[in-house]
Design a protein around this ligand. Structure first.
Ligand SMILES: Nc1ncnc2c1ncn2[C@@H]1O[C@H](COP(=O)(O)OP(=O)(O)OP(=O)(O)O)[C@@H](O)[C@H]1O
Length: 584
């Protein structure tokens, strides 16, 4: 369980920018809340007038009606205030969620390598929810409580300074203890949220790999892992609860003490005639008005601490540098060419700064309109080459060019919109066939979608489905076979019609008949495109214009299948193992 608490802590001032755009609603809520507070303060005065009028034998009915009207009015304004605040809070949360989600999707791939998806999800979900309480119970409760408190204090002093001074000292003593406990509460809240984030990450890990876990009969071990995180969240929650549990009794002892003193001293003074009964009752009602805001301000204080701890976690993500996507420097005419040349010049790269280099001084070119394959042993750096072309990562040295233009001079989004990528894992997103096809071609017509599916042998998927392209593929596309998932990824990039096709082991999951169909489709597509295919299965790329053999981050040989079988021992070895050639 991760319970480390970074030094940096969000201040309340950092929360204020999130209120931008909601000032109008907040001011209205503030005005409504002021009226509700004023009406609440008038109630004891009316009670005092009513009781004293009854005691003096004068007409008391006007006071009764006024009291009823004030009570009803106060209820209506309180309801209005509550609604306006909740609404504002919901829109603040919506704003934060929007910007957080936008930020998350724009983070560099490198950030996701280092973070747990479940934890990021809990920042968007539960942490943003905690912000809501900063506004509702937090911000406003505190402001209106302070107002109510101050007004009650003034009116109590006016009613009876002696009673006031002996009671309020007890209440203030308790409040001082609570404020001192505040920073501890905040620290504990942050730990609770960290622990919940860690638990969400563990659940995400378990559920996303559910088949692997079941197949490995590892449910119990995985459940124990999640349980450990859940116990961590429980412990952090209990630790926070202990603090909150101490805070409340401290306050109630002080408050009860204040009531007992007021009732005793006040009762004696009413008995000896030095205080009117109406004045004592009004004083006690004001004491309620003094105590209630202390209670809610206390709750609000705790909520604000939890909200600010959530803000820390939200800002941690918000402060991450998103991927830049709109740099200047592109010559659109050049990169828009139908089939560009792609070139690596002395490129070096490692995933960890200062760690083992994955690519070392890598140089090769992919001629415009060619079909080029990259082959080589596992871990040679083949997929990394595609990742660098997509600018998921930046090289540490050397240059990569697209039609002679360095990739760094091409806005990322524009570059990516010229590359069609079929990933090694061929991820399918939950949703329908059409949803999946539209990811890269949002305007594709149903006819084009069907034709793309037919070109990869998935036409029957639409034909057999009652809902056609609306066929639901299930969570993460579980209703498709491995080969179907791979072909869907093909259909997706073919539909997107990009000048460059990057394919990472695109036939690893299909049978040899389907492989032949895909080869024909690829030859067709390659007529107007530059194609780079990473392959283990040499049969897929044996007829390619050029094959690069990579080993340990370098190109160690290049040529056609026929020449490489002669010139490269590594390639020949692979070809022999795959029975493409006889033993040399
Ligand atoms: N996201 C990552 N973070 C850290 N290291 C990585 C990451 N991705 C790959 N690597 C490492 O980089 C090296 C090259 O990986 P890469 O995936 O490019 O190899 P590959 O030739 O495509 O292998 P394969 O044929 O098995 O797919 C490997 O040692 C791998 O462990």
């Amino acid at each position: 369980m991760s319970t480390e608490v970074p030094e940096r802590r969000a201040s309340f001032a950092e929360f204020l920018p999130y209120l931008r755009g909601h000032v109008g609603l907040l001011v209205t809520a503030g005005a409504v809340s002021l009226v509700a507070t004023a009406l609440a303060l008038l109630q004891p005065l009316m009670v005092q007038q009513l009781i004293n009028a009854v005691g003096a034998g004068t007409d008391w009915t006007p006071f009764l009606w006024l009291l009823v009207a004030i009570t009803l009015g106060q209820a209506v304004f309180s309801a209005g205030q509550s609604y306006l605040l909740q609404r504002t809070a919901e829109s603040v949360v919506l704003g934060v969620r929007r910007s957080l989600v936008g930020q998350l999707l724009r983070l560099p791939v490198r950030e996701f390598d280092a973070r747990r998806v479940g934890d990021l999800m809990s920042r968007v979900g539960s942490d943003t929810t905690l912000l809501r309480s900063v506004i509702t119970s937090g911000l406003f409760e505190i402001v209106s409580s302070v107002l109510m408190f101050a007004a009650a204090v003034v009116l109590m002093i006016l009613l009876d300074p002696l009673l006031f001074s002996i009671t309020v000292s007890a209440v203030l003593g308790g409040a001082a203890c609570v404020v001192l406990l505040g920073s501890l509460i905040r620290r504990r809240s942050r730990q609770v949220q960290e622990a919940v984030g860690a638990m969400a990450a563990a659940v995400e890990r378990g559920l996303s790999g559910i088949r692997t876990i079941k197949a490995a009969v590892a449910e119990d071990r995985e459940a124990a892992l999640i349980d450990r995180e859940a116990v961590g969240a429980y412990r952090a929650g209990v630790a926070a609860a202990k603090l909150q549990a101490v805070v409340e009794p401290i306050m109630s002892i002080c408050i009860q003490g204040a009531f007992i003193v007021v009732l005793t001293v006040g009762g004696v003074r009413v008995a000896d005639g030095s205080l009117a009964l109406g004045d004592l009752l009004a004083f006690i009602l004001y004491l309620f008005l003094l105590v209630l805001p202390i209670g809610s301000a206390l709750g609000a204080f705790v909520q604000i601490q939890a909200g600010l701890a959530a803000l820390d976690r939200i800002q941690e993500v918000a402060r991450l540098e998103p991927e830049a996507g709109d740099e200047d420097g592109l010559t659109p005419g050049r990169t828009a060419s139908a089939a560009p040349e792609v070139r690596f010049d002395g490129v070096s790269f490692g995933y960890d700064d200062g760690g083992e280099p994955v690519l070392a001084d890598l140089s090769f070119s992919v001629p415009a309109g060619s079909r080029t394959a990259i082959v080589g042993p596992s871990g040679a750096g083949k997929s990394t080459v595609l990742g660098l072309l997509e600018r998921f990562y930046e090289p540490a040295g050397g240059t990569i060019t697209y039609d002679g233009v360095p990739l760094t001079a091409i806005p990322r989004r524009e570059l990516r919109s010229r590359l069609g990528l079929v990933e090694q894992e061929a991820p399918v997103l939950s949703g329908t066939l059409a949803d999946n096809l539209r990811i890269s071609a949002p305007d594709a017509t149903p006819a084009r979608m069907v034709s793309a599916l037919e070109s990869v042998g998935l036409g029957d998927l639409v034909e057999r489905s009652e809902t056609g392209l609306g066929l639901n593929l299930g969570e993460d596309g579980v209703r498709l076979s491995g080969g179907q998932r791979q072909r869907l990824a093909w259909a997706r990039v073919l539909l997107a019609d990009r000048p460059v096709l990057l394919m990472d082991e695109p036939t690893s999951a299909v049978d040899s008949r389907t492989e032949q169909l895909l080869q024909r489709t690829l030859s067709e597509a390659a007529r107007s495109r530059t194609v780079v295919v990473v392959a283990h299965r040499l049969s897929t790329i044996a007829d390619f214009d050029r094959i690069l053999v990579m080993d340990r981050g370098r190109v160690v040989a290049s040529g056609t299948h026929a020449t490489l079988v002669q010139s490269s021992a590594l390639y020949r070895d692979m070809a022999v193992r795959q029975r493409l050639v006889q033993h040399a």
